[in-house]
Design a protein around this ligand. Structure first.
Ligand SMILES: Cc1ncc(COP(=O)(O)O)c(C=O)c1O
Length: 382
C-alpha cells in the first residue's frame, strides 16, 4: 500500500502524557493528579456571556484577528494589569488557545534548520511543533540549576543558527518562575544575540509568591518578544479554546496570514465569553488562585512527610518530584501506583528524555482528592 503519512510526521512521537493516560481510560475509582487543567468549571458570569451571545444570534465568523472589542479588552487589560502597551489594531491576534499561538509563531519565523532553544524539562508541544515548522529544537537541561535557566547556561547553547527561545513561566511541569531581576539577566543575552523570545505566560495569573513580570515589560524587549497568554488556566476555560498573542506588527501580520488560511477565526461564542472574563472575571481568578495556593502548601507538606524531593514551585499547579530515592523510575512508579493504588501521575520523561527519575503531580483537583491520593501514595511507598 502506498505510504501517505509524511516522514516528518511519522518521526514525531505522540505526547507521553496522552500515552500514559490511555492506560487510565476505562479504569474506575482512579484519582488523577495527572491532568494539566483546572478542576473548576468556567465561572458562571463567563458561561452566561457565551450563552447570551448565542441567544442574541451571534453565530458568525469574526475578523481574522479576533473581535475588535475583544482585542481592545485585551489591550486595556494588559495596560492596567502590567502597564504593557499593545495596540488592538495590529499587535494582538486572538488564537485557538496558546497552543495555536505557539504554532503560528514558529511557522511564521523559522527558516529550515533554524534552532529554537527550549529550557527543559518542557511543556510537551514545544519540541514537536518546532520540528513541524522545520526548525531544530535545542533542549537546555536545567537540572543543575534547580530548573531555572541561568545566563551562563543560556550562553552555552547559542550559536549562529539560533533564532528564538521559548520561555515559559510559571513553568509546566516544575512550577518555577522568574523574578524581574532574573529576567533582566536573561534579557541581556537574548538581546545581545538578537533572539526572538517566545514567552509563554499562560500561568502568569497563577503566580504565588511575587508579582509576575511579563518579559515584554522589560526595557528594550518589545521588538524581540512575542507575549502569549490565554484563558484556559486562569479562567478555567480550557474547552473554549481561546488565547492571544501580542508582538511586533510585522510578526503578528505574518502569523495572521497563516491563521487566516487555516483557522479563519476563533469561534465567536468563545470570543464573547472571553470579553466577559476580562471584564468581570478577576474575583473568580483570585478565588481559584487562593485555593491552588492552599493545595500547594498541603501537597508540599505531604511530600516532605514521605521524604520525596522537589524544587519549590512559585506558580502554575504542578510539582515536579524526584522519585530517585524510591529506586524506581518515574515511569515504573507511575505505572505501579496506578495499578496498585489507582492514583495517576505523569512520568517525568513525558517532558524530556532525561527526566526519568521524576513524576509530575498536578494539584488541579479537589482538596479531598489530594488528601485521598496522598494517603494512597504513602501506602504504596510503605
Ligand atoms: C505551558 C503551556 N502552554 C500552553 C498550553 C496550552 O494552552 P491552551 O489551552 O491555551 O492551548 C499549556 C496547557 O497545558 C501549557 O501548560
Amino acid at each position: 500500500m502506498r505510504e501517505f503519512v509524511s516522514k516528518k510526521v511519522k518521526d514525531i512521537q505522540p505526547s507521553g502524557i496522552r500515552k500514559f493516560f490511555d492506560l487510565v481510560l476505562g479504569m474506575e475509582d482512579v484519582i488523577s493528579l495527572g491532568v494539566g487543567e483546572p478542576d473548576f468549571i468556567t465561572p458562571w458570569v463567563i458561561r452566561e456571556a457565551g450563552i447570551y451571545s448565542l441567544e442574541q444570534g451571534f453565530t458568525s465568523y469574526t475578523s481574522n484577528k479576533g473581535l475588535y472589542k475583544l482585542r481592545l479588552s485585551i489591550s486595556r487589560f494588559l495596560k492596567s494589569r502590567y502597564n504593557l502597551e499593545y495596540s488592538a489594531d495590529d499587535e494582538i491576534l486572538v488564537t485557538v488557545g496558546v497552543s495555536e499561538g505557539l504554532d503560528l509563531a514558529l511557522r511564521a519565523i523559522l527558516e529550515p534548520q533554524d534552532k529554537v532553544l527550549i529550557p527543559s524539562p518542557a511543556y510537551v508541544s514545544y519540541g514537536p511543533i518546532t520540528e513541524l515548522a522545520g526548525g531544530i529544537p535545542v533542549y537546555i537541561d536545567t537540572r543543575s540549576t534547580a530548573f531555572k535557566l541561568t545566563p551562563a547556561l543560556l550562553k552555552k547553547y547559542i550559536d549562529k543558527k539560533t533564532k528564538a527561545i521559548i520561555l515559559n513561566y510559571p513553568h509546566n511541569p516544575t512550577g518555577i518562575s522568574y523574578r524581574k531581576e532574573e529576567l533582566e539577566e536573561l534579557k541581556k543575552i537574548i538581546l545581545e544575540n538578537k533572539l526572538l523570545c517566545i514567552s509563554d505566560e499562560i500561568y502568569g495569573e497563577l503566580t504565588y509568591d511575587f508579582e509576575h513580570t511579563p518579559f515584554s515589560t522589560l526595557k528594550g524587549t518589545k521588538d524581540f518578544t512575542l507575549y502569549l497568554n490565554g484563558f484556559s488556566k486562569a479562567y478555567a476555560m480550557t474547552g473554549w479554546r481561546i488565547g492571544f498573542i501580542c508582538g511586533p506588527e510585522a510578526i503578528i501580520s505574518a502569523m495572521t496570514k497563516i491563521h487566516q488560511y487555516t483557522i479563519m477565526c476563533v469561534p465567536i461564542t468563545s470570543q464573547m465569553a472571553a470579553c466577559e472574563a476580562l471584564h468581570g472575571g478577576k474575583p473568580y481568578v483570585e478565588e481559584m488562585k487562593k485555593e491552588y495556593r492552599r493545595r500547594l502548601q498541603y501537597v508540599l507538606e505531604r511530600l516532605r512527610n514521605i521524604d520525596l524531593e522537589y524544587v519549590e514551585p512559585q506558580g502554575a499547579f504542578y510539582v515536579f518530584v524526584s522519585v530517585k530515592k524510591t529506586g524506581l523510575s518515574g515511569m515504573e512508579l507511575a505505572s505501579r501506583l496506578l495499578k496498585k493504588e489507582k492514583v495517576a501521575v505523569v512520568p517525568g520523561d513525558a517532558f524530556g528524555k532525561q527526566y526519568l527519575d521524576y513524576i509530575r503531580i498536578s494539584y488541579a483537583t479537589s482538596f479531598e482528592n489530594l488528601k485521598e491520593a496522598f494517603d494512597r501514595i504513602e501506602n504504596f511507598l510503605k
